[in-house]
Design a protein around this ligand. Structure first.
Ligand code: FES
Length: 116
């Protein structure tokens, strides 16, 4: 598992970015705090190169800061264009006030492209 930090380091409605160097798969991951529930997805938008940790959290979705595609934090699925591909989701484990990630399978095993 990958150590993220203390639960207290992720404020309500905010996200932290776990840098690629910390992640075995070599991609950054964003961890979001939605009303005290934590969600982790690949940080890079599947449309272009934007950090979703810099996006806006609305309910259980994040809006990309570059072109406003929204991704469901529970499934990684985009709600519509311009993003067509989902981002990977990752399991978040909280133990004694600290946050860890179980990184999902590589992209090759991820769900197929979303129909437009
Ligand atoms: S980079 Fe995210 S919608 Fe374009």
């Amino acid at each position: 598992m990958i150590f993220v930090g203390s639960v207290d380091d992720i404020p309500l409605g905010e996200a932290v970015r776990v840098e690629a160097a910390q992640v075995d798969a070599g991609v950054p991951i964003a961890v979001f705090n939605v009303d005290g529930e934590l969600f982790a997805i690949d940080d890079t938008c599947t449309h272009q190169d934007a950090s979703l940790a810099d996006g806006w959290v609305e309910g259980c979705a994040v809006e990309c800061p570059l072109h406003a595609a929204c991704f469901d934090l529970r499934t990684g699925m985009p709600s519509g264009p311009p993003a067509k591909l989902p981002v990977r989701t990752h399991e978040v484990v909280v133990d004694d006030g600290f946050v860890y990630l179980r990184v999902s399978a590589p992209v090759e095993d991820a769900p197929a492209e979303v129909a437009a």
